[in-house]
Design a protein around this ligand. Structure first.
Ligand SMILES: NC(=O)c1ccc[n+]([C@@H]2O[C@H](COP(=O)([O-])OP(=O)(O)OC[C@H]3O[C@@H](n4cnc5c(N)ncnc54)[C@H](OP(=O)(O)O)[C@@H]3O)[C@@H](O)[C@H]2O)c1
Length: 127
């Protein structure tokens, strides 16, 4: 049984990204992200993975956008049995994997500034 979870930090109007990065500086949320994902698999889209790079004590598996999400997940779960598969963004990646997500961990950031990437609705296409 795959344990697929989504983790995101979202501004008050749904903002998640600005100029390829997070729109805010929130060390506390980065520590939360680290605590949640330690020892597990972290799936990131191409754009996010390029900036974030490797994460200590996590298995980062970039999603290149070409693989079918269901097949990608089945393969990843087979390679890393017993680990949670965390879907860690960005927007395109959240949207693609949403139908397979069973749990979502969202930080609501008290941020009202600009963004160029937005959180897709969690319930669209979800089981
Ligand atoms: N707040 C949060 O919790 C959080 C979490 C993660 C990321 N983010 C932010 O979200 C933003 C990134 O999200 P995103 O939806 O733009 O991207 P993404 O989901 O990280 O990556 C997918 C994007 O990569 C592009 N891509 C894939 N392969 C490529 C290649 N070979 N060459 C060039 N482009 C390629 C795709 O472009 P096409 O669509 O054109 O194919 C697609 O838009 C960043 O600002 C990041 O900081 C926020």
């Amino acid at each position: 049984m795959m344990d697929v979870r989504l983790i995101a930090a979202v501004g008050r109007r749904g903002q998640i990204g600005l100029a390829g990065r997070l729109p805010w500086h929130e060390p506390e949320d980065l520590a939360w992200f680290r605590a949640q994902t330690l020892g597990h698999v972290v799936v990131m889209g191409w754009r996010t993975a390029r900036i974030v790079g490797n994460l200590a004590n996590r298995i980062v598996v970039p999603w290149l956008g070409e693989d079918d999400p269901a097949k990608f997940l089945a393969r990843t779960a087979h390679r890393f049995p017993g680990r949670v598969i965390w879907i860690a963004g960005g927007a395109k990646t959240y949207r693609a994997f949403m139908p397979h997500v069973r749990r979502a961990v969202i930080t609501l950031v008290d941020y009202d500034g600009p963004a160029d990437v937005w959180m897709p609705p969690l319930w669209e296409g979800a089981r």
